[in-house]
Design a binder for this molecule. Structure first.
Ligand SMILES: Cc1cc2nc3c(=O)[nH]c(=O)nc-3n(C[C@H](O)[C@H](O)[C@H](O)COP(=O)(O)OP(=O)(O)OC[C@H]3O[C@@H](n4cnc5c(N)ncnc54)[C@H](O)[C@@H]3O)c2cc1C
Length: 463
């Protein structure tokens, strides 16, 4: 059985390595930083539990559930508070709940009567005459401008830290585009899919909902890292890759330059880094180099409960770009979402700034950032006084943007794998940016590699 080198110990790399290990394949994971999990990092300090990157996972991926069960993490899991079903979107400076029922939709102030009537036209709107469309054009065409401004744009800010005018609906929201493609209408498609699923018990084993773990999301990568044990090398940045005589030579700069040899490679290194590894290949890597990963800053602030006027009875709030007086992308009510995120009688608010919408804000120093964030929180949530806790995390390259033309990136990735059958590529640039998507892409890439290496265990995956 060949030894597979897995590059990167984010959730995609750890999952891929664990999956290969379970199939009896010898793996070695090479990770540049001193910790596992990539952007998944949780930190407890002064009684507050801060998430540096993702705050919650939506459980729906069978591969994710398999790992949670297999590693015995089900008892550690904490489900989001019921209140988290409420999500606020800011309109005219006011946090307004996003409606969750037809009744709430009819009475909400988030959309005007005109916008509500416009939605009724959705089933009668024809398809676009272009093969690819931005999320903004797609939403404006099918659902009208207000739904774009007050539902889709804030959501795109929350998921991608991106802007709907830049992202491709075919790649960033593949399932949405597929509904139009297949049924001609989002409403009709959603209804027909819901009806066809009635009585269908597929996926019953996968509990649904948002979750984390008692000690934060870091629990998941830590458990995967522990399972990999000595097959994991931290502080081992990969600096160059060469395919030579049927083997991969991987140069690392851990303690001096070292070259390691593997029969196969599975890379989960972000594209902006992968493209700089001097990979000697006939494939043109320019589309990979061009993928944008805008910076994001996360500012976690702790306050005495009494210092915040808003009831914080929800997941958090999202700020649409059309609310031009405000600077933040959104704030998660972290201490409402999960238990034990703040000491008694205190709250934790986690605010995101920057992204494709305002990259310059993400690079502000901590004091400037705090001033920008607290100005918005004061207006939106009635936050008074100085925070008693503060943690600033800066991500220089946060989340890949699936922009118009992203098909070229996917083609390049597929071509790389076809040209080098002993190479597989996975990560949040491949089949979605959520933790569940990145994890699934790691498991899928491990399967592809197993099949190509002709390992008989490939059929035995429990997914
Ligand atoms: C601020 C933020 C908030 C988010 N919120 C959510 C959320 O609430 N829910 C959700 O589902 N998703 C969220 N996401 C997205 C999700 O967390 C990520 O898309 C996913 O975790 C990425 O996993 P990955 O393994 O693909 O990449 P990464 O986590 O980036 O891992 C890649 C790994 O490769 C390593 N590496 C890089 N270069 C080298 C090299 N040369 N040699 C060796 N190793 C290298 C890195 O150190 C890293 O450990 C968020 C992301 C961010 C940044």
């Amino acid at each position: 059985m060949p030894t597979v080198g897995v590059l990167g110990a984010g959730i995609a790399g750890l999952t891929a390595a664990y999956h290969l290990q379970q199939q009896g394949v010898s793996v070695q994971v090479l990770e540049a930083s001193g910790h596992v999990g990539g952007v998944i990092q949780s930190e407890r300090r002064d009684g507050f539990l801060v998430e540096h990157g993702p705050n919650s996972i939506r459980s729906s991926a069978p591969a994710l559930e398999h790992i949670v069960q297999d590693l015995g993490l089900a008892d550690e899991r904490v489900w989001a508070n019921d209140a988290a079903d409420t999500r606020y979107v800011v309109r005219d400076g006011q946090p307004t709940p996003l409606p969750r029922s037809v009744g709430a939709f009819l009475s909400t102030d988030l959309f005007s009567t005109r916008a509500k009537l416009r939605l009724l036209a959705e089933p009668f709107i024809g398809r676009a005459d272009t093969a690819e469309e931005s999320v903004a054009d797609f939403t404006r065409r099918r659902l009208g401008p207000e739904v774009l401004h007050y539902a889709v744009a804030p959501f795109v800010g929350g998921v991608f830290a991106g802007t709907p005018g830049d992202l491709s609906v075919q790649h960033a929201f593949e399932r949405l585009a597929a509904l139009e493609d297949k049924y001609g209408s989002l409403f009709m498609g959603a209804v027909r899919r819901a009806l066809s699923r009635e009585g269908d018990d597929e996926g019953d084993d996968v509990p649904s909902g948002l979750f984390s773990f008692r000690d934060g999301l870091q629990t998941l990568p830590t458990a995967l890292g522990d399972a990999l044990g000595g097959q994991l090398s931290l502080n081992t940045p990969v600096t160059a890759l060469r395919h030579d005589g049927g083997q991969w030579r991987v140069r690392t700069s851990s303690s001096g330059e070292t070259t390691r040899t593997f029969e196969a490679l599975l890379s989960t290194i972000p594209l902006h880094r992968l493209a700089d590894l001097h990979l000697d290949t006939p494939v043109n890597l320019a589309p990979l180099r061009a993928v944008s990963y805008p910076p994001v800053s996360v500012l976690a602030l702790g306050y005495p409960r009494a210092a915040v006027r808003h009831p914080l009875d929800g997941f958090g709030l999202l700020v649409p770009p059309v609310e031009r007086d405000l600077n933040v992308l959104g704030t998660i009510f972290s201490s409402t979402l999960f238990p034990n995120r703040a000491p008694n009688d205190h709250v934790l608010l986690t605010t995101f700034v920057g992204g494709g919408r305002a990259p310059h804000h993400a690079t502000s120093d901590t004091d400037a950032l705090q001033s920008l964030v607290t100005t918005d929180l004061q207006r939106l949530l009635g936050v008074e006084g100085a925070p008693v806790f503060r943690q600033h995390i800066h991500w220089p390259s946060a989340i890949p943007q699936y922009t118009l033309g992203y098909g070229q990136v996917k083609k390049t990735l597929n071509k790389l794998e076809r040209t080098h059958p002993s190479l597989a590529l996975a990560g949040n640039y491949r089949q979605g940016v959520s933790v569940g998507d990145a994890l699934t892409s790691g498991a899928d890439a491990a399967d592809r590699l197993l099949t190509r290496l002709d390992a008989p265990a490939a059929q035995h995956t429990a997914r």
